[in-house]
Design a protein around this ligand. Structure first.
Ligand SMILES: [Cu+2]
Length: 450
């Protein structure tokens, strides 16, 4: 009898939970209402079966409960019942599968007039490419990828020159226009998903996968990577901003084309050296750093990392936090660099400095620190040399007092918590994984031995 009550409560509870719970689809923002319909159909069918089977079971337990005077009747075969159940089950399963097949046929059939945009995934960032005026995406190849060509654009394909390259986690799209999203991955499996659009597709290194959809309302929607893709997977987020056509065009016009980027030529270290004169008063003439000025060493750092930090300072992404007194000093300094070209040149000049050994200023145990460094090494490299592919800077040869301050800033959200700081964002959780000040000191003592 208790079991009967439990079964009935289970059924009633499940239905009440479904009707009262706030968890359901996020409001739809694309044409794919049919995806919701298929999920609904599956839910109705399974709900009906769940109800029927459990209530029948409760009824049977109650109706045929133990009675000393009754004997069970043995009936191993019942052709009529079996035929009947098989037919009903087959209809149920077909009803769940068929709508999915119909929607899938639509899902892979891209409309002729769809715009094209490419989504590029890498550990743990998104970037995007539009085909430009010719409507054709230029050829790409993994072997061309490097700091000056993160998209791996082929230098020989003229169709690539007008391609618009968006090196940020934010994609804009015009409302009410069908768009085909081509996807590629630079490293491992990723998965492009925007819940409000009801699209989700694996990104496989070495091939191009796609989805299409029509955004039906303006707004900002999260892009999630839905494939466990390594240690920074949780931080692999981006957004799609759906704009009215003219806002979209204005945004697109601000993004550089591959031709423009190529036209810049190599960075000018001579001009960079001239801009560096002012920096040297704090960072030292050969980037050796200066504890008295709180200025870190820059020697040994890669141009791509320095360039990103200078842009972050200029854009208020780093050094903007009210508690970041040292970062604030750099904001004014970074603004002495008038434009992108100056930033690029000075970064290239800084990258010519030779790294050097630094002195320990903290009291830590390198042996214990080595164990803490294991996770860090996955991104920063086993000897803390930095890793362009994961966008993690060199740590070896950096002053320990500076690194300590950065780790504390990351822990407290003074650095890495700005919405646009997708690189610093990864470091917040990593810095918090170091238990206390002693673990930081130990780790930095180990770094000093590298
Ligand atoms: Cu991913």
């Amino acid at each position: 009898m208790k079991l009967v009550i439990v079964l009935v409560l289970l059924v009633v509870g499940s239905f009440v939970f479904h009707w009262l719970s706030p968890w359901w689809f996020t409001p739809l923002a694309s044409n794919w209402s049919t995806v919701d319909t298929t999920v609904d159909i599956t839910l109705y069918i399974t709900a009906f079966v769940f109800f029927a089977v459990n209530i029948f079971m409760a009824y049977a337990i109650y109706r045929y409960r133990f009675n000393a005077k009754r004997r069970a009747h043995y009936e191993p075969e019942n052709k009529k019942l079996e035929t009947w159940l098989t037919v009903i089950t087959a209809i149920g399963v077909a009803a769940m599968l068929a709508p999915g097949l119909i929607v899938w046929a639509d899902f892979i059939d891209v409309p002729e007039d769809a715009d094209v945009v490419e989504v590029v995934g890498q550990q743990w960032q998104w970037s995007f490419r539009f085909p430009g005026e010719d409507g054709k995406l230029g050829e790409v190849d993994a072997r061309y990828i490097g700091p000056e060509n993160p998209f791996g654009m082929s230098p020989d394909d003229p169709a690539g020159s007008d391609d618009v390259l968006v090196s940020s986690n934010e994609l804009h799209l015009p409302v009410d226009r069908p768009v085909k999203v081509n996807m590629r991955s630079k490293d491992v499996l990723h998965n492009f998903a925007v819940p409000q659009f009801r699209v989700k597709m694996d990104m496989v290194p070495g091939l191009v996968s796609y989805v299409w959809f029509t955004p039906t309302r303006t707004g900002k929607f999260d892009i999630l990577c839905m494939e466990l893709c390594g240690i920074g997977h949780y931080a692999m987020r981006g957004s799609v901003v759906v704009n009215e056509e003219e806002d979209f065009n204005a945004w697109l016009a601000q993004q550089p084309t591959w031709g423009q980027l190529q036209g810049r030529g190599p960075a000018d270290t001579v001009a960079g050296k001239a801009s560096y004169a002012v920096c040297g008063s704090c960072h030292g003439q050969s980037g050796e750093g200066n504890a008295a000025m709180n200025a870190p060493s820059l020697a040994g750092q890669s141009a791509w990392y320095v360039e990103r930090q200078l842009n972050y300072y200029r854009q208020g992404i780093r050094g903007a936090h009210e508690k970041d007194t040292y970062g604030q000093q750099m904001v004014g300094m970074a603004q002495t660099l008038p434009d992108d070209a100056a930033v690029r040149n000075v970064s290239a000049y800084i990258a010519t400095f030779t790294p050097h050994k630094v002195d320990s200023t903290l009291d830590g145990d390198p042996a214990r620190g080595k164990a803490h460094y294991t996770t860090c090494g996955a991104c920063h490299g086993a000897s803390a040399q930095g890793n362009y592919a994961l966008q993690a800077p060199r740590l070896a040869g950096q002053e320990d007092w500076y690194l300590k301050r950065q780790l504390q800033n990351f822990r407290e959200g003074v650095r890495g918590s700005h919405e646009a700081d997708s690189y610093g964002h990864q470091m917040v959780l990593m810095a918090r994984s170091l238990q206390n000040e002693q673990s930081i000191n130990d780790l930095l003592a180990y770094l000093n031995t590298l």
